[in-house]
Design a protein around this ligand. Sequence first.
Ligand code: GTP
Ligand code: MG
Length: 373
Amino acid sequence: MPPLEYLVQQVGAFGTSALVIAAVLVFIALVAFVIFRRKKKPAATPTPEPEKAREDLTPTPVQTSPAEVLTLRIALRGTQESLWGRVRSLLQTESPSIDELEEVLYTSDLGPQTVERLMEQIRPHSRDGIDHVRGLLRQEFHRIFDEAHVNEPVEGDPLAHLQVSSRPSVWMIVGVNGAGKTTTIGKISALLAQKGKKVLVAAGDTFRAAAQSQLKVWTERAQVEIFDPLGISDPSAVAYDAVAKAKAKDYDVVLIDTAGRLHTQSHLMDELKKVKRVLAKVIPESPHEVLIVLDANSGQNALHQAREFDQALGLTGLILTKMDGTAKGGVAIGISQELKRPIRLVGVGEKIVDLRAFSSRDFIDSILDLSSP
Ligand SMILES: Nc1nc2c(ncn2[C@@H]2O[C@H](COP(=O)(O)OP(=O)(O)OP(=O)(O)O)[C@@H](O)[C@H]2O)c(=O)[nH]1
Ligand SMILES: [Mg+2]
């Protein structure tokens, strides 16, 4: 055989056997991979954790990111200790007294109505063990938030449940002094701006000298426009002009900041009612949202404030601020039970990013120290 032909024949034979060997190796690798995957998979029907199995009444899809849940969980640590921590300690004693249990709940900022409601559920079961009582509390808390029409958050859009049905949509922000109205307006504006919305913030606090400059700082941070006409001291006039401008210039949302006032100061509450009335003169169905900002640290007082503002203005939703570090977060449950208005947002810090959509599931799980993010 000529040397060249012999060489081609040898290479061909080698190539064929190399191909066969490679195919066998790939096959072995595939089989090994499949076996490995099967071993790693959890059992098809894992044994449910006893407490979870009993408590998963209405499973809701996971919508908030683990980082956000963690922030809320850390923010609510004080409330968790003050509420569930004390209930748990009591139930751990040999013969827990029902009166003591009631007392713990009464001092957890839930409000008397809510405590009565909870006790009706718990009373017959106070000796059935910690997990059972926790399950009952969880179930009742969920019912309370459902009755208050709280919606679970939409991922990536904390403002999803606020009304944007009209252009512009008008959101009026009210509350007592120092509750966090202006700060929250800054945070909301930033979220709206990120969504590409055209936002106008009306400086309706014409009472406090530094109010306008404070609002200016926030609108600059959020990169939205402020409406602060010189020389107008009537908040209704500012609100009216702002909405008229927004309507003429095609803005998406107008946020109206208002001066803090005590719910007991009737002339100041009348002033707010007037602001609300004049808005309807520009856009009949406005304001689309009347949101009260409540400082969670004010506990039961927050409930009184919400009730009075609701009677005067007809609130569409609540924003609870300063949830970070408070032990009085239980008030969220009390307010929802009594007012039947949804908590929409929670403030968890002073920075522009420290605003979260309210998730009843995450809130309840944090307070009752359930499921880690
Ligand atoms: N820790 C914490 N502080 C907050 C939060 N929201 C607001 N604050 C602080 O609360 C203080 C009062 O906030 P403002 O936004 O000025 O409150 P306001 O309701 O506009 O006050 P008035 O205009 O005086 O009625 C400020 O020091 C804010 O930084 C929050 O969620 N967490
Ligand atoms: Mg303010």
